[in-house]
Design a protein around this ligand. Sequence first.
Ligand code: NAD
Length: 432
Amino acid sequence: MTTRSTTTSSRIPGFYRLGLAERFEQVNQRVALPEAARQHFADTGNLDAQIADSMVENVIGTFNLPLGIATNMVIDDEERLIPMVTEESSVIAAVCNAARQCRSAGGFVTSYSAPVMIAQVQLTQVSNPAFARLKILESIEQIRQICNATDPVLLKHGGGLQDVEVRQIDDMLVVHLLVDVRDAMGANAVNSMAEAVAPSLAEWSGGKAGLRILSNLADRRVARARAIWRLEDIAVDGLSGEQVRDGMLSAYRFAALDPYRAATHNKGIMNGVSAIVLATGNDTRAVEAGAHAYAARHGSYSSLSHWECDADGNLCGSLELPMPVGLIGGATRLHPTARYSLDILGVSSAEQLARTIAAVGLAQNFAAMKALATTGIQKGHMALHAKNIAVMAGAEGEEIDAIASALVKAGKVRMDVAEQLLGELRTSSGQG
Ligand code: NAD
């Protein structure tokens, strides 16, 4: 039981200058954590405390999550093992199942647009925006020079400014810098360019420079995946392949037409996408923001994936979404687990990583839709969820599996039931 001091201020001058252990003490003085917490926070697991401290501010510890491997994936004729980091049960198993069911049809085929990110420069108080727009477009070579000068390393790797677009939104001009960021995610790279070129844009337009920041609607950097699931591979006990397919197509129509359903449908896709994005040290929020904005690009929020039948009646799934991920920069190189995850994946470019992630998103979507359209989502979920409940109820070691199976068998995966079963188990084994 922790008691929070109400008298101690959250203002801690110089907190950022302290070491991890000293910061912990400062926190502990205020919230009186249990004695075991000091040791718990001191153990940073496989992320060195110094590296953690260099990644973000005010660090007092690390937070471990499970990293699992999704098997069975064949992507563009290559066998790939997929490292996934998630706190949610069933996500990894779902990818394994979906991938197994499309292996006989060849697995996933993927493609990619280009590693192009968009930086926006907002210009306000432009008196003659249509005229100014053309002046800016005429200056593309100067813009290129200014932008590229900020990042000679990117240039050396074949990246740099590709194009400029100028949009008029009410009385504002919004300049888009389209930048090839090669194997980086690119946020820092394009933000630096936007800041460098903004004063010139303001001068040419006669306006005032406002925001200078990337857009996470990275629609020039989309990854795509498609796969076929044959009818004979998707049949389940009591349901033919045709019945499963028709149930899934009906589920898809629901997601395509209803934003309330689409939000959950797309969340399922992101269960897979975010897990591999996180495992590789990439920015989950950037990918998530991009995906959801892309899902609403036609004016109403809809499904990111598409499902239909081929001429033989097989189920065809496809997915396209922005995929701003890199192999360089951010935490990708700093976090040792992220580096090993990239080794496990065996990808050598941001493009390959992005394409792999799209395939995982599609696999995840297949599994969730199939479960929903057949047995319901809870059956698969409950077996793993029961383990979590058993642990929460206090089960340890072999007790966890015993309690989890008893919960599933009873059809009551609930904390109160788990506590009762655990009590009974311990009493019967003489521990109670
Ligand atoms: P970065 O600046 O750390 O690294 C990219 C740089 O690496 C390039 O600019 C280039 O100079 C160099 N480089 C070396 N080899 C390269 C190669 N082969 N290809 C490309 N570049 C190469 O990182 P970044 O990718 O510019 O930014 C990513 C970070 O920015 C992430 O941590 C992200 O969370 C963060 N961020 C995100 C947002 C957002 O809104 N999404 C905003 C700000 C910052």
